[in-house]
Structure formats: C-alpha cells, structure tokens
Write a protein that binds this ligand. Structure first.
Ligand SMILES: Nc1nc2c(ncn2[C@@H]2O[C@H](COP(=O)(O)OP(=O)(O)OP(=O)(O)O)[C@@H](O)[C@H]2O)c(=O)[nH]1
Ligand SMILES: [Mg+2]
Length: 444
C-alpha cells in the first residue's frame, strides 16, 4: 500500500503531539511517530539522555530541552522499535510533568528539529495504513476515547477488539468465494451444471440473512447518540424530586414537604448502571384546577408521552390507584418510595428510599434492564456508518433470484463486497478516511 502522506518526497513526516488532555496534570505524554532513525534522532534532540542503543519499551530518565536547548523538565522516555508500536512506525513517548507551558515547549522543540504537529487522528491513521488495525477497530479507538459512560466504553471496546471486524471479514470471505464461483460460471457458461446454481443461490440468500442479522445485532445498543428518556411521575409529594436528585447525584431541583413543589419538567443526563440516560423530573400527572399546577401537569404529560420508561412514584404506605392519565404504550416501572418510613406497606412496586439509598442500586439495574442497555447484554455497538454499510451490502443482494443472469449476480456481490470493505477500510476512500479521522482528538 502506498501510504504515508509525507512532504511529497515519499518518506513520511515525523509526527509529534501531546497524547494526554490539555491543561495542567501530574504527567503529560508527548508522542513522536515516524520513520525509524529520524524519529529517534528528533527525540534525542529533545531528550538527550536516550541511550545510544535504547532497549524497546524500557524507560530511561532524561532531561527535556526546549527549542533553545535549555533544560525545562525531566522525565521518562519510552522507545518502541518499528514495527512493534501502536502506529507500526518508530515511536518515542516522553513523559513530562504536566505543565501545559512545558509540554508546548517540548512539542515546539521537536518541530524545530524536524517533526510536524500531528493532525487529529493522524497516529491512528498511520496505524491503519500500516495494517496495525482495520478501520472498524480504528473507529472503535476514537469511540472509546470519547465514551462518556461505561456502557459506551464497553461497546467501543468490542469494536477495538475486532468483534465487528471479524464478523464482517467472515462475511466478506464467504461472498468472495461465491463471487469466484459465479465468475467461473461466466467463463464456462455452457459446461456448468444447473444444479450447482441452486447451491450458489442458497449461499447468497444465507449471506444476505447473516448481513441483516448482524445489522440488527449491532443496532441493539443505543440508537445513534440519543439517550433513552426516563420520566418520573407520580402523586404530589411522593418524593419524585428527591429521587431525581439522588439519581443525578446532587441537589439539582427543589425538594419541600409541600405538595406541588415541582412545576417545570427538569431534565439531566445521568449515568445509570453504566448507561447514559436522560432523566426528567416532573410535577406528576393528576387532575387540578390551579392554573400553575395545570401548566406543570401538562409539561409532565408531554414528557411522559415521549418517554422510553416511566417511573411512577407512590409512597410505600399509600393505597392504589396510582396517577391518572398514563400515556399508552410507554413501559411503566412502579416505585414504592420513602421505604425507610415506618408504617404499613401496601400495594406493589420496587421499594426505594432516596433518603437512605435503600433499593437504589436495584432501581438502577432495573432501569437499565428495562431499557435493554444492561451491562450484560454483550452487544458491541456499531456506528451508524457501519450499520448503514451492512444494510447496503444486504440490499445489494436483494434482487438475486433463480432467473438472474450470472453477470448480474456477480455485479451485485461486488457491490456488497464494496460496502463491506468500507467497514474494514479496504474500499474506504481518502475522503471517507478524512471525515472519520477529523473527529478524533489530536494525539490519538
Ligand atoms: N423519609 C423520607 N422522606 C422522603 C423521601 N423522599 C422524599 N422525602 C420527603 O418527602 C417530601 C416531598 O419530597 P419531594 O422530593 O419534593 O417530592 P415530589 O414528589 O417531588 O413533590 P412535588 O414536586 O411537590 O410533587 C420532602 O419533605 C422530602 O424530604 C424518602 O426516601 N424518605
Ligand atoms: Mg418535586
């Protein structure tokens, strides 16, 4: 593969970037990656104590020099010999103390000695071009770095570990085998027996089924970047806002002993059992004549109608019925709140006390289970782009039937293969790669 976009002369640039987040920190890592020899030479100009014959992956201590050669810091240096590195190139990592000024001085020093500042995702892109990972895994790396909840991180890790890549690769191999067969038929149309054709058709039908199944499976995680919405409703004073605050982890909304405290629907994105969820506190659903109350209940009704799950709060001691006017078709989880209070326990519902925390982790697990985003669903999330490619591959195989000429079938299989190649990267255009990697952070 002709790969590294260098300065035109063929040899790739030595890239340099801070690999840790901006801002002061205990330590910061500056990473260099490029052709063997040149990369180490630049690193040595910044960290002069790198031994003449460094041992791969063994840390050494060195002073760090700025552009003018003045000592600005000291720290550990790690050297990775090509191709046994994250990018497949020679890589040097400098661990500096995390002053942003010092980090910038070291990056500048490297640039002064011939390195170039890396663009977003450029290290990962080199890893891709050097065959260290495929595109699906590279995108998983980007996802993992950006994951805002444990659930997202877990699904991204599935991508990084190649779970999607392996399945796509297996399907590609099957389709390639079928294509070979179809092409043989084109060449020897007369001689090949017709009953072989049924077998080929059957393989295509099952490949198409496998593609659709995989698309459905990888879609089982969160749809895109939207969070499921969980809305708290229930009788006045049932402890809805206290529950909301407890799930948010801070006193976000007002709580009083007066009924009718909450009027507006207030929402926060929170992590519940490892998943991000949009949680909404409301005034609850009830009949009322007071004008302000009514506006609050209307807001609650709208929120409830759009919910993925309703938490219906009722004090543990209170008799049914629950609140009137629950929207149709929205799943309901009935809660018996204030379970810490002494007194009769009537009715059903998951017993929780936002005050003592009793039942709260069960509540979290139950919410996650109801939303089917639980820790143990085992799905790895594909990105919309990847799911789309799977569906396009399946659609390409749609029209193949017993009457389709072999040429047409072969063309359809090629289209499907092309779509699958966009997932793993074989057929990804530069433009697509640019788009994907531009969303990465610098240093990744
Ligand atoms: N003992 C106990 N009291 C609670 C619990 N949760 C809420 N409370 C109390 O119940 C009262 C009402 O709590 P809120 O959270 O404001 O109830 P709400 O359902 O939001 O009320 P409105 O917004 O007025 O409908 C307050 O005095 C809370 O301190 C709980 O788990 N245990
Ligand atoms: Mg309230």
């Amino acid at each position: 593969m002709a790969l590294l976009v260098g300065d035109g002369a063929g040899e790739a640039d030595v890239l340099v970037a801070r690999a840790t987040p901006p801002g002061p920190s205990a330590l910061a890592i500056i990473r260099l990656s490029g052709p063997p020899g040149r990369t180490l030479a630049i690193a040595r100009a910044v960290a002069p104590r790198i031994p003449a014959r460094p041992v791969p992956r063994r840390a050494c201590l060195s002073p760090f020099l700025d552009e003018e050669g003045g000592v600005v810091d000291e720290g550990l240096v790690l050297w990775f010999e090509a191709p046994a590195s994250a990018t497949g190139e020679e890589v040097v990592e400098l661990q500096a103390h995390g002053s942003p000024a010092v980090v910038e001085a070291l990056v500048r020093a490297a640039v002064r000695h011939g390195a170039r500042r890396a663009r977003p995702g450029e290290f990962t892109r080199r890893a891709l071009l050097n065959g260290k990972l495929d595109l699906a895994r590279a995108e998983g790396v980007g996802r993992l770095a950006a994951a805002a909840s444990r659930g997202e991180a877990r699904r991204a890790l599935g991508l990084v570990r190649g779970e999607l890549s392996r399945k796509v690769e297996a399907l590609r191999e099957e389709l390639l085998a079928v294509l070979t067969e179809l092409e043989a038929r084109l060449d020897f149309a007369e001689d090949v027996e017709r009953d072989g054709e049924t077998a080929v058709l059957a393989r295509l039908v099952s490949a198409r089924g496998a593609l659709l199944l995989l698309a459905a499976e990888v879609g089982a995680g969160r749809r895109g970047d939207s969070f499921p919405t969980v809305v708290i409703v229930g009788a006045p004073n049932a402890g809805k806002s206290t529950l909301f605050n407890a799930l948010v982890g801070e006193d976000r909304v007002l709580v009083t002993e007066l009924a009718g405290t909450t009027r507006d629907a207030v929402s926060e994105v929170v992590e519940i059992a490892g998943e991000r969820v949009r949680l909404v506190d409301t005034a609850g659903l009830r009949e009322t004549t007071d004008r302000l109350d009514r506006l609050g209940v209307e807001a609650a009704r709208r929120a409830a109608a759009g919910a993925d799950l309703l938490l219906v709060a009722r004090e543990a001691g209170e008799a049914l019925p629950g609140p009137a006017g629950l929207p149709d078709g929205v799943p309901v989880l009935l809660l018996a709140t204030k379970a810490d209070l002494p007194g009769a326990i009537r009715g059903g519902g998951l017993r929780v006390s936002a005050r003592t925390g009793a039942g709260m982790s069960e509540l979290g697990r139950e919410i996650a289970r109801r939303l089917a985003t639980g820790e143990d669903t085992g799905t790895f999330g594909a990105l919309p782009r990847q799911r789309d490619a799977l569906l396009r591959a399946a659609a390409a195989l749609d029209g193949i039937g017993p009457l389709a000429p072999a040429e047409m079938a072969a063309a359809s299989v090629r289209t499907a293969l092309h779509a699958l190649g966009e997932i793993t990267g074989e057929t990804a255009t530069e433009e697509l790669l640019d788009r994907i990697f531009s969303s990465f952070c610098v240093g990744k």
